[in-house]
Ligand binder design. Sequence first.
Ligand code: DGL
Length: 267
Amino acid sequence: MSNPAPIGVFDSGIGGLTVVHEIMRQLPHESIVYFGDTARVPYGNKGPETVQRYSREIADFLESQGVKAIVIACNTATAHALPMLRAERALPVIGVVEPGARAAVAASRSGAIGVIGTLGTVKSGAYDRAIHALRPDARVAGQACPLFVPLVEEGWTDRAATRLVADEYLEPLVHEHVDTLVLGCTHYPLLKPLLHELLGPTVRLIDSAEETAAETARVLRDRGLEAPAGAVPVHRFFCSDEPSRFLALGQRFLGRAIDRVESHPLG
Ligand code: DGL
């Protein structure tokens, strides 16, 4: 069985393109419709009900585009809205938290696992719950890193200022002797080299994007929803604001050129 319909992927903005990058790499025949809510970003410091409302509107839009599955590429939207969307929708909904937690538990020897993310993601406790469900004796240390998102969007992934900020954020996690760190935000994979340098080789960095793409592949296979062999993929990008910033920054997150972004205001 196969299904040529696109996968719907959404995020609060452009950060979710790190997940799209991985889906394109692991599932090169799949078509994708991406929606970035650039008019309402950031989600990281908004309340759960607001993020749920936004997520529902985006899921409606993606379903109107005929998607066969929805990937919530945004950690904050996954933390607040995944159970709701799963309960409401007939199609499979995949989030970034469970795959990231699974990879972290598999990687950690000591069970001391750090999670960095937005304020909303860390406060929600979603990663703590997902990790404890797999390893009840794990010690999870969460740290919100709200300044990382604007720094990454500025392209400051290797500046002295970013190092200072990162040192400060990581200090409590170093104190907890974490041996594994979940990069629980779409933007953080771009900070991997810096975080690796600051934490040293003994701390494993878990990139939710890679794990989420692998989970998407598994779900499509299990449900007979994979694209037909040899299918030529179509990738469409939508955002809710005017598209100039998406076009300018998107390339860095996606790792390849984007020639066209369509504007679709919501709400
Ligand atoms: N996409 C968000 C996340 O992964 C980060 C940006 C935001 O705060 O909206 O949590």
